[in-house]
Unconditional design. Structure first.
Length: 201
């Protein structure tokens, strides 16, 4: 470890994005960091001001999927998607109303969820793009996807919303189009196979 780092006593933790680091995992645990949380250490000192990045690729995920969706689409999510994934296939989902930590900033809960889940599922619909919360969640998930290149963000298009409303980075990626009758036959298998495969490194 950098000797200058060992001399530092004052530092501020800001949850953000992490990639490609040699910072020892054991030392990270000694400092009581969340294993899967995206964290940036901003060191404050009169002699050094560096940013250290961490890679959690060797750590296990707490959940299989973080599900982001509009409250107006909650009937399909709660009654179809979640029972299919959890009860039928034994997968574990992170959902805001059930798994977010009370008293924690919304932003921190979202970042924690994005990084402690193997995948993020964006249930895209007309309602999705009317929600500021969905937009923020999608931004964090997209940030991880683009930084780590791990194919961690999966889009399920629930209705006939124009896909051009998606961020340009997602428009050329394959997605599950639940609005098409032919895909309603195969969406379950495609999604489960995707979630049971490890994230690409």
């Amino acid at each position: 470890m950098d000797a200058r780092f060992m001399q530092m006593h004052n530092f501020v933790l800001t949850r953000e994005i992490i990639i490609n680091s040699s910072f020892p995992v054991d030392r990270m645990r000694e400092l009581n960091f969340h294993r899967e949380t995206a964290v940036i250490l901003r060191l404050t000192s009169s002699v050094i001001n560096n940013t250290y990045f961490f890679d959690f690729s060797d750590l296990k995920f707490e959940y299989d999927a973080f599900v982001i969706f509009s409250s107006q689409d909650s009937d399909w999510v709660v009654n179809t998607l979640i029972p299919t994934l959890e009860k039928k296939h034994g997968l574990k989902c992170c959902i805001h109303y059930r798994n977010f930590t009370p008293g924690v900033l919304f932003r921190d809960n979202v970042v924690d969820s994005v990084y402690k889940c193997r995948k993020t599922l964006a249930i895209v619909s007309t309602h999705f793009f009317d929600s500021n919360y969905c937009g923020s969640e999608l931004d964090f998930a997209l940030h991880r996807l683009m930084e780590k290149r791990d194919d961690s963000l999966v889009v399920i298009k629930l209705d006939k919303v124009d896909k051009r409303k998606l961020p340009i980075e997602l428009q050329e990626r394959s997605y599950i189009d639940y609005s098409k009758s032919v895909e309603k036959e195969a969406w379950e298998k495609k999604l489960v196979d995707c979630l049971k495969n490890k994230v690409n490194k």
